[in-house]
Design a protein. Structure first.
Length: 350
């Protein structure tokens, strides 16, 4: 396939780009290179004849039209988004602009190119979204998000992603644009920008700083290793049923406190503190963020039954790989330490 991946220099997007090139797909990486993007994330494939980079903003319609007409992709994999909940609390405007307006411009550019090229049967628009659009769940293992769960977004971030999901469905129903959709659980793994929980915990632990956890740490998330997610996305892009939505989960529910304690235990083994104490001693509990969802949990039955996909790693295996990657790639994360907001408490301007 010839893929146009938006946000391909970001965390999940770069994992898709790397994996797609590895298995022989041609990839056009469209990225605006905003604060969380890093071309080092795709350095592994940047010299490949299968890889092309286009720097552009998905809100720039003339640039999108040029890129579509130049490359004529078979599949659009739309990952470009503002994605940090805390940042959306402090500055929701960027989320509205990129996640809603940007998705609109991308849909229109894709639709124009699809029509101009004769509406090929091979074309599809794959929209990648989040489980956060569904809202929050009770602490009951029998209750999980399915593809038919009603939307109930509770943060500016999740509301903007919910809006983008609705736009994609509307463009399918109204204009016949061939689409598939996926909603994923919390991702983690290599190249994760150091403002999110797991990389933040790793780097603050190594720096000897306190490890902040919201509230009492009881919030539950389903954790998905990013390279497993990339495999699932490419599978859906190729074999997913048009007009269908698929939930992608890691089948690894843990509280935030359990996740950070596991990270600390791995670090205790791989790089012990000089004083012999555990990194878990650095854990502190901080004032909760507004509108914090209690639990997310994905029911992945549809994806498993229809396309045969399951995650390959347990959370413990994935965290061990992730911690080792950060230990081995200090130059990568050191270069990001001075970017706006990294290491700071965000999401408190209410």
């Amino acid at each position: 396939m010839k893929l146009l991946v938006t946000g391909g220099a970001g965390f999940i997007g770069s994992a898709v780009v790397r994996q797609a090139v590895r298995v022989g797909h041609e990839v056009v990486n469209l990225d605006a290179l905003t604060y969380a993007a890093c071309l080092e994330n795709v350095a592994e494939v940047s010299g490949s004849h299968l890889y092309t980079f286009e720097r552009a903003d998905i809100c720039d319609r003339p640039a999108l039209d040029r890129i579509f007409s130049t490359h004529n992709p078979d599949v659009v994999m739309h990952l470009a988004a503002e994605s940090h909940v805390d940042r959306s609390i402090d500055g929701p405007g960027d989320f509205i602009e990129t996640n809603i307006t940007g998705t609109y411009h991308l849909l229109e550019a894709a639709r124009k190119n699809w029509i101009d090229t004769g509406k090929p049967d091979s074309f599809r628009f794959h929209h990648i979204s989040t489980d956060e659009v569904y809202g929050t769940l009770p602490n009951d293992p029998s209750v999980m998000f399915t593809e038919t769960t009603a939307y109930d977004p509770r943060s500016p971030y999740s509301a903007s992603k919910a809006a983008s999901d609705h736009l994609v469905r509307a463009w399918s129903a109204t204009y016949g644009l061939p689409v598939v959709m996926t909603n994923c659980s919390n991702n983690y793994g290599p190249y994760h920008f150091p403002e999110k929980l797991i990389p933040l915990a790793i780097l603050k632990a190594l720096a000897g700083e306190s490890l902040p956890i919201y509230g009492d740490g009881s919030y539950i998330r389903d954790w998905l290793y990013v390279e497993d997610h990339a495999d699932a996305l490419l599978l859906v892009a190729q074999k997913g049923e048009l007009g269908r939505s698929y939930n992608i989960g890691g089948e690894n529910e843990r509280t935030n406190l359990e996740v950070v304690r596991t990270v600390c235990g791995i670090l205790d083994d791989k790089r012990p503190r000089q004083d012999g104490k555990s990194y878990a001693d650095q854990i502190t509990f901080v004032t909760d963020r507004p509108g914090h969802d209690a639990r997310y949990a994905i029911d992945p039955t549809r994806l498993r039954n229809e396309l045969g996909w399951r995650p390959s790693l347990t959370l413990e295996e994935g965290l061990a790989r992730t911690v080792q990657w950060y230990l081995d790639n200090e130059a990568w994360w050191r270069a990001l330490q001075n970017r706006q907001g990294v290491g700071d408490r965000l999401g408190v301007k209410v």
